[in-house]
Design a protein around this ligand. Structure first.
Ligand code: GLC
Length: 422
């Protein structure tokens, strides 16, 4: 009885973007719509349609990974066959595995050969390959080359240097008349993106990764508390109050219109920041994120994969579409046109790719050593764990709790989740 409204409300939120009515399409795929993502997905799908003569409907999903997850959970738990191919976050295989097909059964046991082994392992749950790697992600630091040069400073290596440079350039720019200038923008909304940012702050300052590889909760420590306090000190000083509600695209908007010295974002922002209608084209550099006295730079591992729903009525065809979209030609096109990191290792040696996105070469180690969120070890509790973390961090950024209080409360909350389930 309750199924229908659930699916209907889910799909209304999704919003079909194809002009083709759903019933005449052979398949439906859900794609992200951050930056140029949707256009890129459409182009890839069109190429497959031209090659195979099939028709595919594309539905776009909300930009926030957290919102996308709850939508997928609604649709999948209702066993709806409305979506055949799902774009899933690197932290979801454990959460969604039961609803997804083993792609080795349709694409063969070497389906994922040539892709980064860590991602293939991440997407393999109980021996089943539940998603094919599509693109990988790691947090990086964007900076205004022109402004740093003017001030005679190098890109920061530590968070303290970032804070100091941001403060200095922000105030000089404001004095020179740009009263909208800010020092640093990042993703501060209470959602999955804040989990990524905060994991980077904490891990790079010797505070660990929230839950370690053995499933032990490690967040209640002084370094983690200090990392959160430092981030809270940025709000209203070098970061606008509004950053508490920023996702990737809001941060990019501020940086790309020339109103921030530094930005934390994923590689996709590169092509857009360098595009013709960007105020900062030609003025942007990309380096690894800063670290603290007790740690090394840490980039959160992100990325998206393509999976086939267990409830699809066309699983073989859906798997073929997945193989095409995750194949070399598409990954190369997406890397060159829009700076989406390939998951095929060979493309990091491709000259055209490296020319389009030089930091795919210079930051190669950052991409291969990125720090994973504790999704594999917490399995189907990851959603609760991440929610607890980003809410706790948001309280600190908002000035409602100290770092020490927040990590202590979070430790209790995670312990309760762990006692019941992981
Ligand atoms: C990016 C990452 C993804 C992460 C999300 C958080 O899309 O690829 O893994 O969960 O950002 O906002």
């Amino acid at each position: 009885m309750q199924r229908q409204p659930l699916i209907a409300s889910g799909l209304a939120l999704l919003g079909a973007v194809s002009a083709t009515p759903a019933l005449s399409a052979d398949l439906t795929i859900s794609c992200g719509a951050v930056g140029a993502e949707l256009a890129l997905c459409e182009q890839g799908v069109e190429a497959w349609e031209a090659e195979t003569g099939h028709e595919v409907e594309i539905v776009s999903t909300p930009n926030s990974s957290t919102e996308r997850l709850s939508l997928y959970q609604q649709i999948l738990s209702a066993r709806s066959d409305d979506i055949d191919v799902l774009q899933i976050d690197v932290v979801w295989p454990g959460l969604l595995a039961n609803h997804l097909l083993d792609l080795q059964e349709t694409l063969g046991k070497d389906a994922a050969a040539g892709h980064f082994e860590t991602i293939v392992a991440n997407n393999t749950v109980d021996g089943r390959l539940v998603a094919m790697p599509w693109f990988t992600d790691a947090g990086v630091l964007y900076y205004r080359k022109d402004l740093l040069e003017q001030h005679g400073v190098e890109p920061p290596e530590t968070w303290q240097q970032l804070t100091d440079i941001a403060t200095e350039i922000q105030s000089a720019e404001r004095e020179a008349g740009n009263d909208k200038m800010w020092g640093y923008v990042f993703q501060g909304r209470a959602y999955e993106g804040l989990t990524c940012n905060a994991l980077e702050w904490v891990a790079s300052q010797g505070g660990g990764t929230l839950v370690d590889a053995d499933g032990e909760i490690t967040i209640d420590n002084e370094n983690a508390a200090a990392a959160l306090d430092l981030a809270a000190s940025w709000i209203g000083e070098i970061a606008p109050q509004g950053v508490l509600n920023y996702t990737e695209e809001e941060a990019r908007g501020i940086f790309q219109s020339g109103n921030a010295v530094f930005m934390r974002n994923w590689p996709y922002a590169w092509s857009l920041a360098q595009s013709e209608d960007s105020e900062v084209a030609g003025k942007v550099g990309v380096v690894k994120l800063p670290h603290g006295p007790d740690g090394d730079s840490a980039a959160a591992l992100g990325g998206w994969n393509l999976a086939v729903s267990r409830y699809s009525e066309h699983p073989d065809l859906a798997a073929e579409l997945v193989a095409f979209l995750t194949g070399e030609a598409e990954q190369k096109r997406r890397a060159i046109e829009a700076a989406y990191n390939p998951t095929l290792t060979s493309l990091y040696k491709d000259e055209e790719v490296l020319e389009a996105v030089p930091f795919f070469g210079t930051l190669y180690d950052t991409f291969t050593n990125a720090v994973a969120r504790p999704s594999a070890v917490t399995g189907d509790n990851y959603g609760r764990v991440s929610n607890g973390f980003f809410n706790a961090v948001h309280e600190v950024l908002s000035g409602n709790q100290s770092g020490a209080e927040a990590v202590s409360d979070l430790d209790s909350e995670l312990s309760r989740i762990k006692r019941r389930r992981w």
